[in-house]
Design a protein around this ligand. Structure first.
Ligand code: SF4
Ligand code: SF4
Length: 543
């Protein structure tokens, strides 16, 4: 076995990628990612054992979080970027280490490496499988993946100028705990739930950051056709990057389209003033190999998911920023004020043809908590009158697996008196279906990106209040969630922390959950996988 990674849903055979990632990650990048995580754990141990004041760590907090983010599935394939980041974080670690006594520090807080070869050698000894006990390993990795998702959302919020000190401190606490051999499986289960608690906090933070700067998402029709102008495609989650791109393309004759998880940006009032914000092109992340060739213009990744391009022509049009990276693609860094210069992308766009049409029409979204709560009276009335029998949270991720066709069929076969609440790129499996509406309420309510699952939780809590129920699980809401990568892990842990039970998770359960850990989740939370569409709908609709 030359590498081991089982952090995403597409992991080989459902158990682990051992030679090369299904995502395209090679052995070297996998090992460098393992070593980077190990280094971050060492930093965390110094912060925790040294009782350092996290509020005073400023840039270190940000660097730790963006390092975690870099290791999320499909975020960064650039081995050179990882080597540099490891060196940088070891320097940070050693500087912090001077503030504490090294006597009882873990190897993660003291090891040294200087060359790529020594990094790879060290990585082989400290990867995931270094934890021998299967259950402890499973819980440590569940927590680590939750932290990766948490860090991604924290980074986006920080880019807009908002931080939560509790989230910053927890990331160190939890990372350090994954090194602690004295913690029992029960301790780690409790820490897993605490990770979910901070997942709620970080999603609330990002919601506050996005809505305070760009307004509350509102019901919006998004064009999915094309215009005749040259254009740039932007994907990922970072709304600040989008804002800067729109500002810099304004009046240049270059249009901007969204792809994948950037679609919900259209729902924010602040971006509607840009005439060149033309629409959404294509579908979820995994369709990029089919859709990028016909787009013709440059593509800017602000977060995962990057699918390794198959042609040099497309690769030559790809730009990365933030925690993303791909070897040979230009990476755009911010200046000291956080400003990014996209002029090279704009200049390239002007030399390229307008996007080729792949579809026409419009899709509707923007049903985050503020918009749905504005419709609350209508919604409550529809439930009371029986017009709406059940809500289905059909949120989460999309992915390549053929078995995900389940979600399209599920949406199509749902009874007419049901409403789908969605967020994340799972929506692309059904957001272009015409499922109609119930008394003016569309049957598919898209809240936004995967972090906007927070909105779905807020909506559920408000409905619980409106119906005066003691338990959130007494609401007529069923949860059938699709997952793919680690941002979905923090969303899942957040829902478990909020007390949501009987979540069905598909298309397969995570490979990183050991049989015993799965048993705990089944017994404690009623977590389940998916079956056939018909069997699941029957089960969900049972009184
Ligand atoms: S991220 Fe997923 S596909 Fe990529 S190596 Fe890890 S488990 Fe495999
Ligand atoms: S919805 Fe899932 S796959 Fe899509 S960006 Fe979010 S976590 Fe990643």
């Amino acid at each position: 076995m030359s590498m081991f990674c089982y952090q995403c849903q597409e992991t080989a055979r459902g158990t682990g990628c051992t030679v090369r990632g299904v995502c395209g990650k090679n052995e070297e990048v996998a090992k460098l990612q393992d070593l980077l995580i190990y280094t971050l754990k060492g930093i965390a141990e110094i912060v925790v054992k040294g009782k350092l004041d996290v509020g005073k760590l400023g840039a270190t907090n940000y660097e730790v979080q963006s390092s975690l983010f870099m290791t999320i599935t499909n975020a960064n394939f650039d081995d050179g970027a990882f080597e540099n980041k490891i060196k940088e974080m070891i320097a940070v670690r050693d500087e912090l280490g001077q503030l504490v006594s090294a006597a009882d520090l873990h190897d993660a807080a003291t090891f040294t490496v200087d060359t790529r070869a020594s990094m790879l050698e060290k990585a082989a000894a400290v990867g995931i499988l270094a934890t021998a006990d299967e259950d402890v390993r499973s819980l440590r990795e569940t927590i680590t993946y939750g932290l990766k998702g948490m860090a991604a959302y924290a980074e986006h919020a920080k880019n807009i100028g908002m931080e939560d000190p509790a989230v910053n401190a927890f990331i160190y606490e939890a990372l350090a705990a994954t090194l602690d051999d004295l913690l029992s499986a029960d301790d780690l289960v409790a820490l897993t739930l605490k990770t979910g608690e901070h997942g709620v906090k970080v999603m609330a933070l990002l919601d506050e950051a996005n809505t305070s700067k760009y307004g509350h998402p509102e019901m919006t029709e998004v064009n999915i056709g094309v215009r005749q102008n040259p254009a740039i495609l932007i994907t990922g989650h970072d709304l600040l990057d989008l804002e800067q791109l729109l500002e810099q393309t304004k009046g240049t004759g270059v249009d901007v389209y969204t792809h994948g998880e950037m679609l919900p940006a259209h729902y924010y009032p602040a971006f509607k003033k840009y005439d060149n914000f033309a629409g959404n092109y294509g579908n979820a992340w995994w369709k990029q190999l089919a859709e990028f060739p016909s787009f013709h213009g440059p593509i800017l990744f602000t977060t995962n998911c990057i699918v390794p391009p198959r042609s040099e022509e497309v690769q030559g049009r790809i730009f990365t920023t933030g925690s993303t990276g791909y070897p040979g693609c230009k990476h755009i860094l911010p200046d000291e004020n956080g400003k990014k210069d996209f002029s090279e992308i704009i200049a390239l766009a002007k030399t390229l043809p307008a996007p080729g049409e792949i579809e026409t029409g419009k899709i509707v979204g923007g049903f985050a908590h503020h918009q749905v709560l504005a419709l609350a009276d209508k919604v409550v009335e529809a439930v009371k009158s029986g017009a709406i029998k059940k809500f289905f949270v059909l949120a989460g991720c999309d992915g390549r697996m053929k078995s995900r066709a389940y979600y399209t069929e599920f949406a199509q076969k749902l009874p007419q008196d049901t409403v789908i609440l969605t967020a994340g790129c799972a929506k692309y499996r059904y957001n272009k279906l015409d499922l109609g509406e119930i008394g003016g309420i569309p049957r598919i309510l898209d809240a936004g990106q995967c972090n906007d699952c927070y909105s779905l939780a807020v909506i559920a809590l408000k409905l619980q209040e409106a119906f005066e129920l003691d338990d959130i699980n007494d609401l007529p809401i069923a949860y059938n969630i699709a997952w793919y990568e680690q941002k979905a892990v923090i969303v899942l842990l957040a829902l478990l922390y909020l007390g949501v039970k009987n979540i069905h998770l598909g298309p397969t359960l995570p490979g990183f959950l050991s049989p015993n850990v799965t048993k705990v989740l089944v017994e404690k939370f009623g977590l389940a996988g998916i079956d056939t569409v018909d069997a699941d709908i029957e089960l969900f609709m049972a009184p």
